[in-house]
Design a protein around this ligand. Structure first.
Ligand code: FAD
Length: 384
């Protein structure tokens, strides 16, 4: 698996996280899924490797590094336990990185160290019961009142929402202003008027916790606003542009886990007098899975490299997310097919990979939303 296109440091990071995932994440993944149990011990392990603060400046307790490193680490975490990878991504590439990128010096000094060291957990709340893809339609309000804001409204499907100490919340001064009215606020756990209710019954990613958040005249100090008034929507879109690279890496990791299970199974299971792997129809599935996952990995790496070089990467991250999430869908589907009836039962890891994979085509912008972003970019680049 040694990849000559990675630097020596990147290869070392990949090796370290893969060994950790094989040792710590893989053995627990099935039980966490079945019990719908939050993976605290896994996140603690990631923190001990410095991963919970990857990309965050060491001045604020982080480990530094860029999105190439974060993508490499995320792929390995997702290959080991997809549910753990969602908690990790919501904490780091959504929540913590919004503060790291858009916070003032004072805000970064105040909020980042416990998050970057993995002592506390972060969440990022944009989606509401009435709007997900159309984020500018958000209804949660932030009304300025005497040096603070009063938050009112609800958020839904928020990963880590009930467990995070720090929640980055998007709210508007006036819903009729759409994207121009949105601000972004750091809300601390225990704030009056803030409640979080876990949402149970997910198809996959069951080790992660997802919550509805309710704000009822919740006071937020003005110094907890990130960026200027009305800048929240732009901040959300910029964070999504980079975090989608990490969802794409997560997708590759889930697909890779399913692919490896399929290859192993095809070498053991005998039909018509020879291992499945010797039937050409099965070999073709293996070839297609391998090719799609590798192509996805290259798209992830291109988008991450652009991001690390401060070059425009919105279009490239949308392509990476779209392609990688669909490549993971294909890999999980084919892997289940290779397993036959055994793949349909919980004893087989591919049953879980198949369920875990499905949401990567939905969150942080569904496949339809990615196609809208990509088509808009293509049409803008080629005016009539
Ligand atoms: C497990 C999980 C974790 C999540 N974690 C978070 C989180 O941490 N923070 C957060 O803010 N959100 C989170 N989300 C929410 C997620 O980002 C949204 O579910 C997603 O953006 C889609 O929004 P929606 O569910 O409201 O679907 P809708 O926007 O209602 O869309 C429904 C369907 O219609 C399609 N569609 C919508 N508009 C168009 C259009 N113009 N053209 C074509 N098709 C269209 C969509 O692609 C989708 O297939 C999470 C969701 C899940 C399931």
């Amino acid at each position: 698996m040694s990849d000559p296109l990675l630097s020596e440091e990147e290869r070392m990071l990949q090796r370290t996280v893969r060994e950790f995932a094989d040792r710590e994440l893989v053995p627990r993944a099935r039980e966490l899924d079945e019990a719908e149990r939050f993976p605290w011990e896994n996140l603690k392990g990631l923190a001990s490797l410095g991963l919970m603060g990857l990309t965050v400046d060491p001045r604020y307790g982080g480990s530094g590094g860029g999105y190439r490193e974060l993508a490499i680490a995320t792929e390995e975490v997702a290959r080991g336990c997809a549910g753990t990878s969602v908690c990790f991504i919501a904490h780091l590439s959504l929540g913590t990185s919004t503060i790291a990128r858009f916070g003032t010096e004072g805000q970064k000094e105040r909020f980042l160290p416990p998050l970057a060291r993995g002592e506390e957990l972060c969440a990022w709340a944009l989606t509401e019961p009435g709007n997900g893809s159309d984020a500018a339609a958000l209804q949660c309000t932030a009304t300025p009142r005497g040096g603070r804001y009063l938050l009112n409204g609800a958020k839904t499907f928020i990963t880590n929402g009930d467990l995070a100490n720090t929640v980055v919340v998007f709210a508007t001064q006036d819903p009729s202003l759409r994207h121009r009215g949105v601000g972004v606020f750091v809300v601390e756990k225990g704030s009056p008027g803030f409640t979080a209710n876990p949402q149970h019954g997910k198809m996959g990613m069951r080790a992660s916790s997802t919550a509805e958040l309710v704000f009822d005249d919740c006071p937020v100090p003005a110094e907890n606003r990130l960026g200027a008034e009305g800048e929240g929507f732009r901040i959300a879109m910029q964070v999504l542009d980079s975090s989608r690279i990490i969802i794409a890496a997560q997708s590759v990791g889930i697909g890779q886990a399913a692919f490896e299970a399929a290859v192993r199974y095809s070498q053991q299971r005998v039909t018509f007098g020879k291992p499945l792997a010797e039937h050409q129809a099965i070999q073709f599935m293996i070839a297609d899975m391998a090719t799609q996952l590798d192509a996805a990995r290259l798209l992830v790496r291109r988008a991450a490299t652009l991001k690390d070089q401060d070059l425009p990467h919105g279009q490239e991250s949308a392509m990476a997310k779209l392609f990688a999430s669909e490549a993971a869908h294909f890999a999980c589907d084919r892997a289940l097919q290779v397993h036959g009836g055994y793949g349909y039962f919980k004893e087989s890891p591919v049953e879980r990979h198949y369920r875990d994979q499905r949401v990567v085509e939905i969150y942080e912008g569904s496949s339809e939303v990615q196609r809208i972003v990509i088509a808009r970019g293509v049409l803008k680049a080629m005016p009539v």
